[in-house]
Design a binder for this molecule. Sequence first.
Ligand code: SF4
Length: 325
Amino acid sequence: MAQPLLARLQQVRADLAIDVLAPKWVLPLLQRMPEVGEAIESPFGHGELNLRGRWRLGRSLAARGYAQAIVLPNTLKSALVPFFADIPVRSGYVGESRYGLLNILHKLDRKAPPPMVQRYLALAGRPGDPLPEAPQTRLAVSGANLARGLDQLALQPPSHTHPVAILCPGAEYGPAKRWPVEHYAELAGKLGSAGFSVWLMGSAADHPVGEAILAARPGCALNLCGRTDLASAIDLISAARVVISNDSGLMHIAAALDRPLVALFGSSSPKHTPPRSGKARVQYLALECSPCFARDCPLGHFRCMRDLTPERVFGEALAAAGRDR
Ligand code: SF4
């Protein structure tokens, strides 16, 4: 979501060097963004204030002489390090009343909040500037990294005659964003019959979902959820013939890798966080109750995802992969 902002900053000023301060788990993603010079680890846990630690980190960064900091999260604590680092221009949204901590303040239109990409992109300019078109961005993967990722998991390299379909059945936000396990199992079976090797990808938290898919249809896929770090997940997704994903971080990664993609939306909205790729096929039933943005279906029937049939998604996956039925 933030990469178009980085690309826009370099569009405006080609010699601009951009470093990004982010949690450790995000660093592999940043290291694959051509716009990023250095990815610096932020050691603070989610919700942790640690004022002294933030002061120390800020003071250690002060020597680098950064000209500007753009703060993407809206929290007060996220604005502390740039302030302690004496960075002269510090911009971001007002968020948690960050008057003084930031000195270029953007206001969010809460009645009609823009999609996330545009929300971040606005931070490339001054408040009120017309919004530029979001630049197209890509993640860069090297052949050596991919070979290492395949080797670590003893996977056969994908090829034209050995295509791989990657399914991403998790979604950290909650069950209402997850296409049902039995639908994934049926889809995996169909893809296997069509000659694809099927890999399930996700975090360790998604491993039980992967196991449930295998329990519903034994042998239909290889459960790699939790067996890759983010870096190797990115590298492996780059080799997929097609990716089928819930509305999750891996969906955006597949889009940024320009892989053929079927993106499944139910309780969330493809208008809010669409995959940024011309190769993405969004599947969204747009029921009257959608999007509800709930973690669990408040109506109990979960029709937004249940009624999205494996047969339909299979057809989309084949079309995305450039294959006939
Ligand atoms: S209320 Fe509607 S959109 Fe929300 S989870 Fe249930 S079926 Fe899906």
